[in-house]
Design a protein around this ligand. Structure first.
Ligand code: ADP
Length: 443
């Protein structure tokens, strides 16, 4: 028996534990970002539109009623607590839902409403009288596919006739599919389509490629996506989504869907404007620990994140605090994907107020509900030089969050004092000294 496409690209090994933290993949980071996000990211950024056919009108939907959705779908939207379309949805939804169907490439950062938009489009295009797959959604990993599946079941809660199937590792079937929607990883979908002929690609009417940036970062997936895409019928509506806007992603996107309207929502710059920055001088790790314990005692509202340079420090700190009766969550590279999801879910629900993590784990993850960030170790690069970008990312906020935040840096040597001063100079914002025994003044 020939090896399947799924085996070739190693789809069965996706959840294997990384050997070290450096191996956290873009897919894992994207997943963590999804789990931790509480709601829509409100942005003031301007939407850029690039149309292949500038004569075709571009509508902006200011309400969900404007979209002529089926009543059951509109009910689903409101049941999810959505009142008005997000900025990207205002322009994307008329393109996705209108007739004749148009193709779309959309790029905007995580949390801006892309998934909700294409899920609505997928559900609205299902003809439930036809019992075969009509909608295909490619996702880079099992876990990301499951996240999308959950949005489908929420938004489609009043459309019980719509059937969804997952084409991911562990889900095996041996007969022709009757479900309307398939969500899955490229290798498995290709196996089901071409090797087993469980469904007919030429009957697909909507093709979604989600997380295009993650997709092309995954070995083999770009080619598999193109292979699948070639077999789609000419009238199939195609949509592609990405959280980032690197040139290689856009090249891939435009190669795949040359006639698409392109929407792009720029990322807002982070700043330290609303952040009060402090440092605490500590002799050694015992003093650092005491400082943390004092801070923990002092904060009564909001949630905190503590960043450590290494996994070992993070787990030591977490077990010390736990021993002393504090409820803390630990996010580190030793955890399986499922465990990471569980940790972040608990933190998002505020079951723990403190999350201890390493830089590798949390880089690029926005946690808007956090009001206090502690740098147990200051961020440095591989050459031990100050890593200002990571510093900004850990504690910086975009204008939209508005609320003030507090950052505390623990300094334990002349070297780390030096790093602190360089960071202070880089941003031109004062980092004030705080007395370790008197952190009560924070609030
Ligand atoms: P993305 O795919 O861009 O990361 P999502 O579609 O997952 O964004 O949306 C991010 C969060 O915002 C989710 O919790 C989602 O339920 C919520 N959301 C999406 N659209 C809206 C809306 N129009 N109004 C309120 N919340 C929304």
């Amino acid at each position: 028996e020939s090896t399947s496409a799924a085996q070739e690209v190693g789809e069965t090994t996706e959840t294997e534990k990384p050997q070290n933290e450096e191996e956290i993949t873009v897919a894992e980071r994207s997943l963590l970002q999804k789990i931790i996000r509480k709601g829509l990211m409100d942005t003031k950024a301007q939407l850029e539109v690039k149309q292949k056919d500038p004569t075709s009108p571009l509508y902006s939907a200011k309400s969900f009623e404007d979209l002529n959705l089926r009543p059951e779908l509109l009910k689903g939207v409101y049941a999810m607590g959505f009142n008005t379309p997000s900025r990207i949805q205002e322009s994307a939804l008329p393109i996705l839902l209108g007739n004749p169907p148009q193709n779309l490439i959309a790029q905007s950062q995580s949390g801006t409403g892309k998934t909700a938009a294409f899920v609505l489009a997928m559900l609205s295009r299902v003809d439930s009288n036809l019992n075969y797959p009509q909608i295909l959604c490619l996702s880079p990993t099992y876990e990301l596919a499951v996240q999308t599946g959950e949005v489908i079941s929420q938004m489609g809660q009043f459309c019980p006739e719509i059937q969804v199937v997952f084409a991911v590792r562990g889900y095996d079937i041996n007969e022709k599919l009757s479900a309307h929607i398939i969500i899955g990883t490229p290798g498995k979908i290709i196996d089901w389509a071409f090797r087993h002929k469980f469904f007919d690609v030429s009957k697909i009417r909507v093709f979604v490629l989600d997380e295009a940036d993650v997709m092309i970062a995954t070995q083999g997936y770009q080619d598999l996506s193109i292979k699948l895409h070639r077999k789609l019928p000419p009238n199939c509506q195609k949509m592609l989504f990405s959280a980032t806007y690197e040139e290689n992603v856009m090249r891939f996107a435009e190669k795949l869907i040359p006639d698409a309207t392109i929407l792009r929502l720029k990322r807002e710059e982070e700043s330290l404007d609303n952040i009060k920055q402090f440092y605490i001088e500590c002799k050694d790790s015992n003093e650092k620990y005491r400082a943390i314990a004092n801070i923990y005692g002092a904060i009564t509202i909001g949630q905190a994140m503590i960043f450590c340079q290494t996994r070992n420090t993070a787990s030591w700190l977490s077990s010390q605090l736990t021993k002393d009766g504090h409820a803390v969550a630990l996010l580190s590279g030793d955890l399986t994907v499922d465990q990471r999801i569980a940790v972040l879910n608990r933190f998002r629900e505020a079951q723990e107020r403190i999350l201890i993590t390493t830089n590798v784990m949390a880089r690029g993850i926005d946690v808007e509900q956090v009001t206090l960030v502690v740098n147990y170790d200051l961020p440095v690069d591989m050459n031990k030089r100050p890593d200002c970008e990571t510093y900004l990312h850990r504690i910086g906020r975009t204008g939209r969050f508005g609320k003030a935040g507090i950052a505390i840096n623990l300094v334990d040597s002349s070297r780390s004092m030096n790093v602190l001063r360089q960071i202070e100079q880089h941003f031109g914002k004062p980092i004030l000294k705080l007395d370790a025994e008197n952190v009560a003044e924070l609030e």
